[in-house]
Design a protein around this ligand. Structure first.
Ligand SMILES: Nc1nc2c(c(=O)[nH]1)N[C@H]1C(S)=C(S)[C@@H](COP(=O)(O)OP(=O)(O)OC[C@H]3O[C@@H](n4cnc5c(=O)[nH]c(N)nc54)[C@H](O)[C@@H]3O)O[C@H]1N2
Ligand SMILES: Nc1nc2c(c(=O)[nH]1)N[C@H]1C(S)=C(S)[C@@H](COP(=O)(O)OP(=O)(O)OC[C@H]3O[C@@H](n4cnc5c(=O)[nH]c(N)nc54)[C@H](O)[C@@H]3O)O[C@H]1N2
Ligand SMILES: [Mo]
Length: 920
């Protein structure tokens, strides 16, 4: 049974693409762009496959949980909601509603999300947020220029003859814009990219101008000066429709062209290029991005760019304009925020949320209710935010995964994704509103936030006001749409099959009237001279934490994380610091330090360090550990890019630069968490895959080039040399590593081969050991440097039908019931792990799917032993099982790598010519 359902992407992105969801037998199998969407016309980004994976990720929390005694316990919805309601009532009685902070994030901004805050308004008004981590500054700054920011409809770019992408990276962040830009170029129009970094959008542009971060104001002034010098300014506009012109011209005159270009970090040709484009390829659409405004004085850069648009006669004309965002909550009946229901209540400033929570008094913040956000990871200055959350008595988290913020929570309410819910979605990147259609039933016990708040409200006296059916609420919240679109598709029924364009101009300010007090465009009149983040020799680089291409902000799973974040530095600076490509480095600011992998770029500006935002702190990314928590001068935005950092080699006392050989027996059994953990600690890994065939010809003679050996699992039988002719040589190698005092780690098949190599026997068990099993450490485990360091032992994943006898002299460290020999040490430091301590959610997902489908022939006979109910129960528990197993694996792998590092003295001396061991 296959169906295709149209829906709208609700991810935090200006594209808000029309999507088609393919469902087979109740399971979502694919998302693709909907060619019938009037704007996105079939465009959609590569991340749609990721969204399918996220829905079914084994890390996804699919049952409500309460933390008791520090540990999560799965509970019923009633138990979770009863507890939340009881705490809300107690706290309000004791401290008043402002002791509760409602933190609504950017993860999903649909029509029904208004009702979340409405719930808290009905409670009497709690503490909420002001300012923004995202778009505040841009909007506030543009409001200074034009009174009320309105962007050109993206469809109007069809009238442009040129475009300037100013601090915007649509190739990664706005798929729907890309075909529009390509069209423009096909028509011969030049596209300029102004961005300190050379992003993927450079490939779309004719020219890239690598401006110094935060200094666009000077670049815009330089271009303005050149337009004035050419006498190409729009004189009638300046005379009739603008104010502050004189002051702006004075500003441009105050500096020489040379001074302006110097300050902007560009050459005069580049300013000339902008001026020429605006003069000769009019109309020019100037598209501002969000990166541009993550600076303390971003408003003046944005006002200066607005001024440039006005000066060149690009405002109010088709194909022109200085555009950025749209109001994603604009089309709804905003009374349903419920802000009018209570006297004005306390708000906390988002860009300084950690500090604000810590400092709140009268009343203190005693409870935080978080929806669709991950502030511990995404707000600046992680350390402070984390402390603020930790000191809060009661934290409720509604979301999808055990991310950094969930780790600080006491109750986890598992939310549906947009693919499991019915809603309506407007965009912050265009004028179309689309239906969010329910594509599949909720996974596990997940519920929409709409449902959660309806159910919570049942426990409060205002239930009769708040509790209504979903359709009824959608009708109420979307009433303004219906008003606008009577007979034209603005009603919910019509919307379900076709997006609706809200009543907004294609070309704003076409009548040259601006909603400022004077009705005129307002030019930037003065510059703020105070330097918000003075350069210091200790922290020479501006840290740009930009949008990742393959994920939205922190929406990822632990298994998605690269071992460490990559940071990009110019080749010259790297050379000056003596740091080469791939090197482990410490990036530090006055606020914290992060370990990262260095990437060297020949073309990058020398004064910046570029990294992708959004990786989790617990995934050892967490770049907001470095960022400064301050608000921008205008608009209460968050100037993440006022963070200055330094880079140094990662301190040598930590394990570093240890060459490890990994033998991978099957693409389905990669190194997972074990190899990731050692990579994080500086291991340099060389992987050999015996299935590659020619591997035996470059099989290492001995252990000389390596400090340790990891032998991974696979479906092969450890006793079957006929099918795996490399086994004897591999066992020789395992013994040679031991003889040379180099540690070995064998996992599953690897453990069986290790046992065999040292005189044990391998054999087939009478059944399959499958699933997470709790084993027991032996008395010897406590003193063992690897297992001792990783205890206590959580349930660990098993997937094998073979076992082994302990080789002579081996020490059993972990014992099981069904299969006794679970972990042993033999020789000096060779370890066999029968359980799959390395399995992460992706590896497990593969195995469960293959096993259930009967795709592993030898295991097909065992399928019947595991009915559907088994998997349903496993899925509920998996996020917790995986979290514990990952923590265990990290500790064991690190301890094992330490042993390898201790042998470093020896392996360094092995090579007489002093050359480095082979590279990965
Ligand atoms: N793939 C993907 N798409 C996303 C997101 C994501 O995380 N991943 N995030 C979504 C969100 S939340 C948002 S707000 C948007 C953001 O969309 P964009 O604004 O397009 O993306 P950013 O990477 O945030 O910033 C754009 C660029 O601004 C540059 N920049 C930084 N400082 C300056 C400056 O001073 N001057 C100039 N001229 N440029 C500067 C950065 O180098 C960066 O390349 O994208 C959305 N879409
Ligand atoms: N260093 C640095 N930090 C930044 C930025 C930067 O450029 N540099 N950019 C900033 C920007 S532009 C933004 S917008 C913010 C984003 O900051 P946040 O909104 O705090 O973080 P997201 O990573 O978008 O996380 C959204 C969370 O909501 C969950 N979620 C998604 N949909 C739903 C839903 O329907 N219901 C519920 N309950 N949960 C849902 C997701 O699983 C995810 O965990 O980060 C900011 N942080
Ligand atoms: Mo954002």
């Amino acid at each position: 049974m296959k169906t295709i359902i149209p829906t709208t992407c609700t991810r935090d992105c200006p594209s808000t693409c029309g999507l088609l969801a393919t469902v087979e037998n109740g399971r979502l199998v694919r998302l693709s762009g909907n060619p019938e969407h009037p704007l996105t016309r079939g465009a959609a980004c590569g991340k749609k496959a990721l969204y399918v994976r996220r829905v079914y990720s084994l890390e996804r929390v699919t049952a409500p949980m309460i933390r008791r005694g520090g540990r999560w316990e799965i509970v019923t919805w009633d138990a979770a909601l009863d507890l939340v309601a009881e705490r809300i009532k107690t706290l309000i009685a004791e401290s008043g509603p402002e002791a509760i902070l409602y933190y609504q994030g950017y993860g999903e901004r649909t029509a029904l999300k208004l009702l979340n805050r409405y719930f808290f308004s009905l409670l009497g008004g709690v503490t909420t947020l002001r300012g923004s981590l995202c778009g505040g500054t841009g909007q506030a700054a543009q409001n200074l220029s034009v009174g009320d920011r309105v962007s050109h409809d993206p469809l109007d770019h069809a009238n442009s003859r040129s475009m300037i992408l100013w601090g915007r990276n649509p190739v990664s962040t706005n798929a729907g814009l890309v075909p529009i830009i390509r069209d423009l170029r096909r028509r011969g129009g030049p596209v300029l990219l102004v961005d300190p970094a050379r992003t993927r959008s450079a490939a779309l542009a004719d020219h890239h101008i690598a401006v110094r971060p935060g200094r666009d104001v000077f670049l815009a002034l330089a271009a303005a000066k050149l337009i004035l010098a050419a006498g190409a300014e729009d004189k009638p506009f300046l005379e009739r429709h603008a104010e502050g012109v004189r002051d702006f011209l004075n500003l441009a005159e105050r500096f020489s062209l040379d001074q302006l270009c110097n300050r902007a970090g560009v050459c005069e040709d580049q300013a000339q290029l902008i001026a020429d484009t605006l003069i000769t390829a009019k109309p020019t659409s100037i598209l501002l991005g969000w990166g541009l405004h993550r600076h303390a004085l971003a408003h003046q850069s944005i006002q200066a760019i607005d001024a440039l648009g006005a000066l060149s006669g690009n405002l109010g004309i088709p194909g022109g304009g200085v555009s950025q965002g749209f109001e994603e909550y604009g089309p709804y009946d905003q009374r349903f925020w419920g802000d009018e229901l209570h006297p004005p209540r306390r708000t906390l400033l988002m860009p300084r949320i950690g500090e604000e929570i810590l400092n709140a008094t009268n009343p203190k913040i005693r409870m935080i209710f978080v929806t669709a956000a991950n502030p511990v990871c995404m707000a600046p200055n992680t350390d402070k935010v984390s402390r603020a959350f930790r000191q809060t008595e009661f934290v409720v988290y509604s979301g999808h995964f055990l991310d950094d913020t969930a780790d600080h929570a006491h109750v986890f309410l598992p939310a549906t994704t947009f693919l499991e819910e019915q809603d309506v979605m407007a965009s912050y990147g265009h004028n179309y509103v689309g239906a969010v259609n329910k594509v599949i039933e909720p996974v596990g016990e997940c519920r929409s936030e709409f449902w959660m708040f309806q159910e919570l409200a049942r426990r409060f006296p205002f239930a009769s006001e708040y509790r209504r059916g979903l359709e009824e609420w959608l009708e109420a919240v979307c009433a303004p749409l219906r008003e606008q679109g009577r007979d034209q598709g603005g009603d919910l029924q019509a919307l379900r099959s076709r997006p609706f364009r809200v009543n907004a101009p294609m070309v704003p300010y076409a009548d040259r009237r601006f909603p400022t007090p004077s009705g005129k465009f307002r030019f930037l009149e003065r510059l703020d001279e105070a330097e918000p983040s003075p350069e210091t020799p200790e922290f020479p680089y501006t840290l740009l934490t930009v949008a990742p291409h393959d994920a939205i902000c922190s929406e990822r799973t632990l298994a998605d994380h690269e071992p460490l974040p990559a940071v990009v530095l110019s080749a010259r600076q790297a050379a000056g610091l003596g740091l080469e490509q791939g090197r482990l480095v410490k990036v530090f600011s006055p606020h914290g330090a992060v370990k990262a992998r260095l990437s060297v770029d020949l073309e990058l500006r020398e004064d910046i360090l570029v990294a992708e935002r959004g990786g989790w702190v617990k995934g050892e990314h967490g770049l907001n550990r470095l960022t400064r928590d301050m608000a921008s001068r205008v608009g209460d935005g968050c100037p993440y890019y006022e963070t200055r950092v330094a880079v140094a080699a990662w301190p040598a006392e930590d394990v570093q630069d240890v060459p490890i050989l990994v033998i991978e027996h099957s693409p389905q059994a990669p190194g997972g968490n074990f190899v990731k953990a050692i990579l994080r600690r500086g291991a340099r890994v060389t992987t050999l895959r015996p299935s590659d065939g020619d591997v035996l010809s470059n099989w290492p003679e001995g252990p000389e080039d390596f400090a340790g050996l990891v032998v991974l699992g696979g479906p092969q039988h450890a006793f079957d040399d006929a099918s795996s002719p490399h086994f004897p040589r591999l066992m020789d190698l395992m013994r040679a590593f031991d003889a040379a005092h180099r540690p070995v780690a064998g996992i599953c098949l690897g453990a069986q081969l290790l046992a065999r190599a040292h005189g044990g026997t391998t054999y087939t068990l009478s059944g399959l050991e499958f699933g997470f099993v709790q084993h027991h450490p032996t008395p010897a485990a406590g003193d063992d440097p690897v297992i001792g360091a990783a205890l206590p032992l959580p349930p660990l994943m098993e997937f094998h039908e073979d076992s082994f006898t302990l080789p002579p002299g081996a020490t059993l460290l972990v014992q099981g019931e069904a299969c006794p020999n679970q972990c042993f040490r033999v020789g000096r430091a060779s370890y066999g792990f029968q359980f799959h301590l390395e399995a992460d959610s992706r590896i497990l997902a593969d195995w469960l799917t293959l096993f259930r489908q009967g795709a592993i022939p030898v295991y097909r006979v065992y399928q019947d032993q595991f009915p559907d109910a088994y998997y349903t129960d496993l899925a509920r528990r998996l996020p917790l099982l995986l979290a514990d197993a990952t923590a265990f694996c990290d500790k064991a792998a690190l301890a094992w790598l330490r042993l390898c590092g201790e042998g470093a003295e020896a392996w360094g001396k092995d090579r007489e010519d002093g050359s480095r061991p082979v590279e990965a």
